[in-house]
Design a protein around this ligand. Structure first.
Ligand code: BDR
Ligand code: CA
Length: 311
């Protein structure tokens, strides 16, 4: 039986690739895609999620719009990386599939209430606002979540939007702090992992060599967003962050990490949104997350390319 997942996301080119990977994988049943404000405002992320479903030929996937601002802060966006639309690069047409009328948070709550306990995994690719809001509103659903697998945070790589914070956590640190403290089984793909999943020339060429609309699109998206990171990190490619979440569900042995305590800084202006991971286990704080530290990058890109070939 396929594993049931909800993808909570703020597309973003790397979110788009993650969604495509999930839709290409028969081991996963995507119950719905919930959009949140993050890389770009909500009006664009929900639209982008529908564009990606249409690209995959999956207009049957329900897409919901969720929270348009963090719990109690002003939205910070990342057009400097993803462009004005969030999916800048290739020319895209407006989606024709409808947005669902239900709010994303209601969809998350109703789905977790309806499905048997321990059968729905939340794949979180953006700020944690929708998830924290659902947990606040319906705390009884927390115990029903099978697992949360999220892209966010950093320990050794420290930060990408500030010197000490990763973007998804920084945008809504209060939401992240609540989710990390909720007691849900949690797997974290931090920058420590994603900065090793680089879109080198040969990997992008492999997408293009698929000679399909999906392969061409992924190559074009990659070309667009990597210009910023290549310059910033002086690297041979950009980190392909969000697909690591989906790849973990398909092939967990691509990743290694440690079960440690992770807390999110919400009080300091200097280090706001920092994920304080007790990697060396120097405190007695109880572990609350599997915090990944390494990836088999070749295996990851092989998996991704092979799966995209199916679309
Ligand atoms: C994360 O922030 C966004 O820009 C990406 O989509 C990814 O989810 C990386 O810090
Ligand atoms: Ca994202």
């Amino acid at each position: 039986m396929a594993r049931k997942i909800i993808i909570d996301t703020d597309p973003g080119q790397d979110d788009a690739v993650a969604i495509l990977l999930a839709l290409a994988s028969p081991e996963l049943e995507v119950l719905g895609i919930t959009a949140v404000a993050g890389n770009v405002p909500l009006a664009l992320t929900q639209k982008n999620a529908r564009i990606v479903c249409e690209l995959a030929g999956r207009t049957d996937i329900p897409v919901y719009a969720g929270c348009d601002t963090p719990l109690n802060r002003k939205l910070v966006t990342a057009e400097h990386v993803h462009g004005k639309t969030g999916l800048d690069g290739p020319q895209l047409s407006a989606p024709t599939m409808a947005l669902q009328p239900e709010h994303a948070v209601d969809f998350i709550i109703n789905t977790l209430r309806r499905e048997p306990a321990g059968t729905v995994t939340l794949c979180v690719l953006g700020p944690l606002t929708n998830i924290a809001t659902a947990f606040r509103r319906a705390p009884e659903i927390i115990a029903k979540v099978q697992e949360i697998v999220l892209m966010g945070g950093a320990y050794f790589q420290v930060g990408n939007i500030t010197p000490t914070a990763e973007f998804n956590i920084y945008v809504d640190p209060e939401a992240a702090a609540e989710v990390f403290a909720a007691g849900v089984p949690l797997v974290v793909m931090p920058l420590d992992v994603t900065h090793k999943a680089l879109t080198t020339q040969s990997r992008v060429d492999a997408f293009r060599a698929l000679s399909t609309p999906v392969g061409d699109m992924v190559a074009a998206w990659t070309n667009f967003f990597e210009r910023f990171d290549k310059e910033k990190y002086v690297s041979e490619g950009a980190p392909l962050h969000d697909p690591c979440v989906i790849a973990y569900l398909l092939q967990p042995d691509l990743f290694t990490g440690r079960q440690v305590n992770v807390m999110v800084e919400t009080g300091s202006d200097l280090t706001l949104g920092m994920t304080v991971a007790d990697w060396w286990r120097v405190t007695k704080r109880a572990p609350n997350a599997m915090f990944m530290g390494d990836i088999n990058a070749e295996g990851f890109f092989n998996l991704l390319t092979n799966r995209l070939a199916r679309l």
